[in-house]
Each structure stands twice: as structure tokens, then as C-alpha cells.
Design a binder for this molecule. Structure first.
Ligand SMILES: CC(C)(COP(=O)(O)OP(=O)(O)OC[C@H]1O[C@@H](n2cnc3c(N)ncnc32)[C@H](O)[C@@H]1OP(=O)(O)O)[C@@H](O)C(=O)NCCC(=O)NCCS
Length: 211
């Protein structure tokens, strides 16, 4: 997803500006569809997020989201009750596990590396608004998560954030800035807790058949 190149951090959060200091807003990846196409696509996604994502077969759930443009590597699996907004913006590497009730807002693009584990109730939110703009303009920036990361239960990753390989986000953290590789962060907003052993090379296991 080329959109990763747009990220700029201004000290507080990720934003991009022109040379004249004017803020640049980035559209949702859904905006390349016609109005009708988008309406149908969103309706089908909504239905899937209510119905298909409860079926006890990861193959059916993956098939459905793949029909809507999501890209899944080998043996990766969204658990039941995961909700995906704009599946075509989502790219998961091999053996990525997404826990129950996780919410993936992929309108700005989400890419996750292999053997990463995103725990239940985590939220990845690529959308935001300019709170000082008179029109409350929307802005979408991608989230990138490396391989062998662990996103703890209930953590929230905000737009534009890049989580380095092997990083761990503690349960309940709110991450609004990049996280270095093999670093453990936690809290609101997330701060560095410690470094993680970088000599890991596990492969997340295959889920049971009815998972
Ligand atoms: C981060 C985590 C992996 C623990 O790492 P650890 O380094 O082994 O943990 P420790 O207990 O030694 O804590 C290290 C420091 O991090 C802090 N910390 C641990 N978890 C934290 C959290 N969720 N939020 C904020 N700070 C946290 C501890 O208070 C401690 O700080 P201190 O040194 O000032 O006392 C763990 O706390 C966590 O969040 N796990 C996620 C669990 C989960 O999501 N499970 C899903 C199902 S598998």
C-alpha cells in the first residue's frame, strides 16, 4: 500500500502539511468507488460484520472479507466477532491472529506482518478529524504493524502509527506515536515500559477447526 509514504509526525500526532503550512487531508480508501458502489459495499460489509463474523468457521469468515478485497496470508484468522471497516484496506501476513471483538477500521489502510497477535477487543482506528477545522474535516492515515508483534487486549492504535517488528503493546494502551521494534509500551498515551528479547522466531499456531 503506497499510502504509507504519506506519514509525517509533527510532535503530537501524525499529520501532513504543504510547504506553505496548510494541512493535507487524506481520503478514505473507499473514496475510489462510485457513490452507488460504496453504498452497496458498505451495506454488505455491515451485514457481514453482523452475520458472517459470527459463523464458527474461519474459512467462511475469511472468504467473505476476501470477496470484499481483504488480503490474508496463510493460516491467518480473524476470530468470531471481529469487525472490519472497509476490508479492502486490510492486509494481514501469514499466521496473524485477530482476537474476539477486535475492531479494524481499515479505511486508511492497515498492514500487519506475519506471526503477529492482535488480542481481543483491540481497536485499530485509521480515521480521524481535524478538530480545529470549521468543517471538521476527516483525515485517514494508515497503520502498519510489523511481524511478531503482540497487541494486548483492549489496546487502541490510532491513525498513522507504525509499530516496529516484535513490539508489544500492553493491555489497554492507547498508542498515538510510532513504537520502535522489540519495545514494550503501555498506558494512556502509551510510553515505553522496557525492551523485549529480540531472539524470538515463533510461528503462531494453527487454530482448531471450528475456530
Ligand atoms: C505488558 C505485559 C505483556 C507484561 O509485560 P512484563 O514486562 O512481563 O510485565 P511486568 O508485570 O514485569 O511489568 C513491567 C512494567 O510494566 C507495567 N505494566 C504492565 N502491564 C501494563 C499495562 N497493561 N499498562 C500499563 N503498564 C503496564 C507494570 O506496572 C510494570 O511497571 P513498573 O515497573 O513501574 O511496576 C502485560 O502486562 C500485558 O499487558 N499483557 C497483555 C495481556 C493480554 O492482552 N492478553 C490477551 C489474551 S492472550
Amino acid at each position: 500500500m503506497e499510502s504509507y509514504q504519506i506519514k509525517v509526525q509533527d510532535g503530537k500526532t501524525f499529520r501532513e502539511y504543504t510547504d506553505e503550512g496548510k494541512r493535507i487531508y487524506h481520503k478514505s480508501m473507499g473514496n475510489d468507488m462510485s457513490k452507488l458502489h460504496k453504498a452497496v459495499y458498505y451495506a454488505v460489509t455491515l451485514w457481514g460484520n453482523r452475520v458472517i463474523n459470527k459463523l464458527p468457521s474461519r474459512h467462511i469468515r475469511k472468504w467473505f472479507y476476501q470477496l470484499l478485497g481483504a488480503r490474508f496470508g496463510e493460516n491467518c484468522f480473524p476470530c468470531r466477532r471481529v469487525e472490519i471497516l472497509l476490508p479492502k484496506g486490510l492486509e494481514l501476513g501469514d499466521r496473524v491472529a485477530i482476537g474476539w471483538f477486535a475492531e479494524l477500521d481499515a479505511r486508511g489502510g492497515i498492514a500487519v506482518g506475519h506471526d503477529t497477535n492482535i488480542s481481543s477487543h483491540a481497536k485499530l482506528i485509521t480515521g480521524s478529524h481535524d478538530i480545529d477545522d470549521p468543517d471538521f474535516k476527516a483525515d485517514f492515515l494508515p497503520i502498519h504493524i510489523g511481524h511478531h508483534c503482540w497487541i494486548g487486549t483492549g489496546a487502541m492504535i490510532l491513525q498513522g502509527v507504525n509499530i516496529g517488528d516484535g513490539a508489544v503493546v500492553a493491555a489497554g494502551a492507547v498508542v498515538n506515536k510510532d513504537v520502535d521494534a522489540w519495545t514494550v509500551v503501555g498506558g494512556v498515551p502509551a510510553k515505553v515500559l522496557r525492551k523485549r528479547n529480540d531472539k524470538v522466531d515463533y510461528k503462531t499456531g494453527k487454530p482448531p477447526i471450528f475456530y
